[in-house]
Unconditional design. Structure first.
Length: 56
């Protein structure tokens, strides 16, 4: 995926995208973790982005 994020694949096809971080630790290892609070905050952020994008 050219590293970093699969968003690179979309970008090379001319599709605009954003990468949002979640505050995970030990990413891409058997010990990958995320705090429940960080997961909930990430969900809220995505929800706000979607609501704002589709606002009339």
């Amino acid at each position: 995926s050219m590293g970093g994020s699969d968003a690179n694949i979309f970008y090379t096809k001319g599709i605009k995208c954003a990468v949002l971080g979640t505050g995970m630790t030990n990413v891409h290892t058997p010990n990958e973790t995320i705090l429940v609070e960080d997961l909930i905050n990430s969900e809220k952020m995505v929800e706000e982005i979607i609501v704002e994008y589709f606002k009339e």
